[in-house]
Design a protein around this ligand. Sequence first.
Ligand SMILES: N[C@@H](CCC(=O)N[C@@H](CS)C(=O)NCC(=O)O)C(=O)O
Length: 215
Amino acid sequence: MVLTLYNLDASPPCRACQMVLEYLKLPFNYVTVNPLNKEQLTEEYIKMNPQHTIPTLVDDDFVLWDSHAVVVYLVTKYGKDDALYSSDPKKRALIDQRLHFDTGVLFPALRDTLVPIVYFGEKQSKPENLEKIVSAYDFTEKFLTKAWIAGDQLTVADFCCVATISSLNVVIPIDAAKYPNLTTWLKNCSELDVYKKNNLPGLSALETIYETVIA
Ligand SMILES: N[C@@H](CCC(=O)N[C@@H](CS)C(=O)NCC(=O)O)C(=O)O
């Protein structure tokens, strides 16, 4: 088995995959693909992933993209147990719901705010995009009735959601008084070794890009 991840640290879905690879102690080749330089639009990359997104995982001759599909694949194929992605139908359904929440609500809130700034140099976020972030925080606060985002156990959904939410936190800092559950969960996630190793550096890189443009 040779795993290769095409990715960039600043990208939240890439960081989610990196955290899961690290958590499962899976060695992988790291190939940088920087969308800021349009490196995902080469003929070779599009041949591999016609949707031209990062991250893309290559496992020998198997190619898979979308971070949520990737993290589930890694746990089900290589995890020693089902701890990060329970095989219990109800627990798994809740994890899947949170993964879809990241795809459908959290990540679009981030993308719609950051793309005009990072790719097109706009200095200010549109109010409607900032509202999407506040709404995403409101939902997440209500989901976090237990220690982790899908219940009592740390799961792949925590890695996907925290990569996005820690990045949203750069745009609108999370108010601890308004969002106590979200604040505690983010603190718990940030204490994980894999967060420190595989989320923090890319998060700082994204923060630097963001702050430089809006300055
Ligand atoms: N739902 C996808 C989102 C991936 C995505 O949109 N990645 C961005 C970077 S953060 C990207 O590849 N943008 C370049 C492009 O779409 O061409 C996932 O979770 O992997």
